[in-house]
Design a binder for this molecule. Structure first.
Ligand code: G4P
Length: 524
């Protein structure tokens, strides 16, 4: 226990968010390379379009390293990094959102030719809402990109965040010469000649600037870059570590993941500023500090049937406080049930270790026989503890679901219950008929649901589109089921709470006019 504080201070737990194809997989690989986990990068070719597999599973297959679990742990310098995968699909899933509840900071990878794309924006909104510190990496500098000034301007205006460029590109595409590193006061050369220095210090006082200028004198962009840098220094934001930690200021880096340019500089600097594990709030509003010796943790993801040959189910658990020891006894708060944590796995990138000890910030995988639900708290010792509920995301699209074969009702119910518990999809029941209605944040969730029902529960399902709807929770005390109509269907959520599914904004306004006193609540 003596080294709890020391251990937790080394942890950096984060997720990488991006629009598909911006380079998340490539930069993850480069980080693994820098961490010494893999020896060669750039050989993983993504086979796109297979929703059942995450990009990381492909990395695992190609390399024989263990990442199936969507968590990667490796050491870099004196830090132990935990990267949590957020599936980078065109479509969203709640899984991605919830993963963001288990990290202490986020890296946003943006394609510098494309700028801020829709998915980045959506994920960013969640990050901002939770005040998670965010670090931006403009990728693909080896391609002709948009001017850096435009990119930073777009970042600030589209996402409503202040930016602080840590470095600045000297050209892009064919004329990429390097990075002007404002933070380290040096130039980092792109592909320096054999034997030449990669870093040229830029300390004006020591006359170094001249050396860098000389090295780049053939580059017509040098003067322009210097002007831009001057402008940033005079008129740009101040570097403010507290604002970074509050998620109000994003340090901005440039580079090219594919050619491994700027990634190391990024990772090193990121490790200096990314927060160590933070405290977490309980339902009664107290904060549980990571250095608190009482072990506590919460479930943020459940994944079933990762190996089709074994019907295994793993609960992904983020440690909040104390030290995890293999075989320890804990209480699962929701059921007030005692459990012994013996069959637990950790996700070192080079092996799937059976974990002995783990610390705040770490993710452990608990083999589960059906005890856990997403959002569950576990704790050791006598003092009961329950963390705030994880947010439920308001689904935007709905489908009626039935088993194609009526004789398959049993496996249909089992499948639906398990997949809903796992958080694959949300389920509602029609108020009167009890008919099942599925709700999702994105279309992909329905496809995954259908695929898994067939493959894992051997049940074909019929999905009948109901289209986009606006879900609004209604205060049960004010509810009269006669308020429902075809334009605002009344359903129950999984806790039995009443919800209206409005056909569109017009239907919602109409309802509000008619029942001005009825409170309608929205979730995140
Ligand atoms: P993702 O996980 O965010 O979806 O992106 P991923 O890393 O798979 O990268 C998407 C494509 O962009 C890949 O090419 C990858 O090689 C390329 N890429 C990533 N970083 C850079 C970079 O810094 N510069 C350049 N020029 N390209 C980069 P692809 O041809 O679409 O995929 P693949 O067929 O090679 O797998």
């Amino acid at each position: 226990m003596a080294n709890l504080e020391e251990e937790l201070q080394t942890r950096r737990t984060f997720a990488i968010i991006s629009h598909p194809d911006a380079g998340k997989t490539t930069i993850t690989e480069q980080m693994l390379l820098l961490g010494g986990v893999v020896r060669e990068a750039g050989t993983v070719k993504g086979r796109k379009g297979n929703f059942a597999k995450s990009d990381w599973m492909e990395i695992e297959q190609k390399r024989g390293i263990s990442v199936t679990s969507s968590v990667l742990q490796f050491d870099f310098g004196d830090k132990r990094i935990n990267i949590l995968d957020t599936p980078g699909h065109e479509d969203f899933s709640e899984d991605t959102y919830r993963t963001l509840m288990a990290v202490d900071s986020v890296v946003m990878v943006v394609d510098s030719a494309k700028g801020i794309e829709p998915q980045t924006k959506k994920l960013f909104e969640i990050v901002k809402e939770r005040h998670i510190p965010i670090f931006t990496f403009f990728n693909k500098l080896d391609r002709d990109g948009r001017p850096a000034i435009d990119l930073v301007d777009e970042l600030e205006s589209t996402l409503g965040i202040q930016a602080y460029p840590m470095n600045w590109p000297i050209g892009s595409g064919k004329i990429l010469a390097g990075l002007y590193d404002l933070y380290h006061k040096r130039v980092e050369l792109y592909r320096p000649a054999d034997g030449a220095k990669r870093f040229l210090p830029l300390d004006a006082a020591a006359g170094d600037e001249l050396a860098a200028a000389n090295a780049l004198q053939t580059n017509p962009l040098w003067d322009e870059v210097k002007d831009e840098v001057e402008l940033l220094q005079d008129a740009g934001n101040e570097f403010d570590e507290d604002a970074i930690l509050r998620g109000e200021l994003t340090p901005v880096f440039f580079g090219s993941a594919l050619t491994n340019f700027g990634v190391e500089t990024f990772l090193e600097t990121y490790m200096d500023y990314a927060p160590a594990p933070v405290a977490k709030k309980t339902v009664d509003g107290t904060l549980v500090e990571p250095a608190n010796p009482q072990f506590s943790a919460f479930v943020f993801k459940i994944q079933a049937n990762m190996d089709p040959n074994h019907r295994d189910r793993i609960a992904f658990v983020r440690i909040v406080s104390g030290e995890f020891e293999r075989g320890m006894d804990v209480t699962l708060k929701r059921l007030n049930k005692k459990l012994r944590l013996s069959n637990v796995t950790q996700f070192m990138a080079d092996s799937r270790e059976n974990v002995q000890n783990a610390y705040p910030g770490d993710i452990i995988g608990i083999y589960d026989t059906g005890n856990f639900q997403i959002g569950d708290t576990i704790y050791a010792g006598k003092k009961a503890l329950e963390f705030e509920e994880l947010p439920t995301f308001t689904p935007e699209t709905f489908m009626r679901v039935r088993a194609k074969n009526v004789l398959k009702q049993k496996s249909f119910h089992k499948g639906v219950t398990q997949l809903v518990q796992e958080g694959t999809i949300q389920m509602y029941t029609a108020w009167d008929s009890g008919e099942y209605i599925l709700g999702a944040v994105g279309q992909l969730q329905f496809e995954v649901f259908q695929f898994r029902m067939e493959n894992e529960y051997n049940t074909e399902v019929t999905l009948e589109a109901m289209g986009a709807k606006t879900a609004r929770w209604v205060n049960p005390d004010q509810l009269d089921s006669r308020m429902a109509s075809s334009r605002n269907l009344l359903v129950r959520d999984r806790n039995g709470e009443p919800v209206f599914l409005f056909e569109n904004a017009f239907a919602e306004r109409w309802f509000k006019d008619k029942y001005p006193d009825v409170e309608l609540e929205t979730k995140l």
